[in-house]
Design a protein around this ligand. Structure first.
Ligand code: NAD
Length: 304
């Protein structure tokens, strides 16, 4: 391996510590306690794990944190009225609805009802519009791309003029990631399932962000020498070498071979994943600060 391994776990822990200190200052100076509500519908085990770690991080950051667990067969109207209640609750600055929602619930109806200033996931059309219009300072930016950008800047500093390829065009990761890289003055290509000659497209990139959801699809010989690789993918695959029925997590990038060519690379697990939760805390603190009439903090700068 020649690449520098980007330790997202350590950087996220450092960021959570800074956020906790800033939250304490906010509480001490204004009495405002940042509050987050996480809503989960159904019993999906992976979603439950995510929600538990969000609650734990919120407590560590001295936030007021509430969890609403609803049955899988809850009616859409009941979920919508919970969102309205949280929209009107002054103790709550951030609302997160854990996705996916069951099929009988219209996901966009739910997400669009969240007040944009409490939309700590950054999925509301107002926040999507602000980000793409270059008004990042007024938007709530989706956590995974925002965390990925911090890792990228920490690894290589100024991104201006770099060729960036984002693989995946989802609303949650690919599109907002591309918007953020464009705002950093990268030349951005968004690749997706219909892209022709993907290996050649990736070979041009100084920065590769993989957000596909296909285990180890991106091969080491697609990576330009010295490129920065941010692997957003989280894929569970069988790991018979660990015993019968065991599994392990891998990214969208074939780590060992890519690390031979890359200059910097994020591992899976321990790369982007922990940053997502740290940025959720950052967005909640931002929402609370904005409500108190205070400026946003620069979280990349906080890390030094
Ligand atoms: P998604 O399924 O919504 O989107 C996947 C994208 O990949 C699509 O735009 C599709 O066009 C593209 N794609 C599919 N097959 C392709 C191919 N053969 N070649 C090129 N592009 C292809 O997924 P998502 O929600 O954006 O998530 C992507 C991955 O990131 C998943 O593994 C998910 O688990 C992971 N993820 C991680 C975090 C985190 O915190 N680290 C957060 C969100 C998502």
């Amino acid at each position: 391996m020649t690449a520098v391994r980007i330790d997202g776990k350590a950087i996220a822990a450092e960021l959570r510590e800074k956020i906790a200190a800033e939250a304490q200052t906010l509480i001490g100076e204004t009495g405002v306690v940042p509050g987050i509500a996480v809503v989960i519908v159904g019993e999906d085990p992976a979603s439950k794990v995510y929600v538990a770690s969000k609650g734990k991080a919120a407590k560590e950051c001295h936030f007021h944190s509430v969890e609403h667990s609803l049955c899988a067969d809850v009616g859409e109207a009941e979920l919508l009225s919970l969102i309205e209640e949280l929209n009107g609750d002054d103790a709550i600055h951030g609302i997160l609805v854990q996705l996916p929602l069951p099929d009988h619930i219209d996901e966009s109806k739910v997400l669009n009802l969240i007040r944009p200033d409490k939309d700590v996931d950054g999925f509301h059309p107002i926040n999507v519009g602000l980000l793409t219009a270059g008004e990042r300072d007024k938007a709530m930016v989706p956590c995974t791309p925002a965390g990925s950008l911090i890792l990228a800047k920490r690894a290589i500093g100024n991104l201006s003029g770099k060729d960036a390829v984002v693989i995946g065009r989802s609303n949650i990761v690919g599109k907002p990631m591309a918007a953020l890289l464009l705002a950093e003055s990268c030349t951005v290509t968004i690749a997706h399932s219909r892209t022709k000659d993907l290996p050649d497209v990736v070979r041009r990139a100084d920065i590769v962000v993989a957000a596909v959801g296909r285990p180890e699809m991106i091969k080491g010989d697609w990576i330009k020498k010295g490129a920065l690789v941010i692997d957003v993918g989280i894929n569970r695959i069988p790991a018979p070498e660990r015993g019968e029925g065991k599994t392990r997590l891998v990214g969208d990038v074939e780590f060992d071979s890519a690390a031979e060519n890359a200059g910097h690379i994020t591992p899976v697990p321990g790369g982007v994943g922990p940053m997502t939760i740290a940025l959720l805390m950052a967005n909640t603190l931002t929402a609370a600060r904005r409500k108190a009439g205070l400026d946003d903090l620069d979280y990349a700068a906080l890390l030094g």
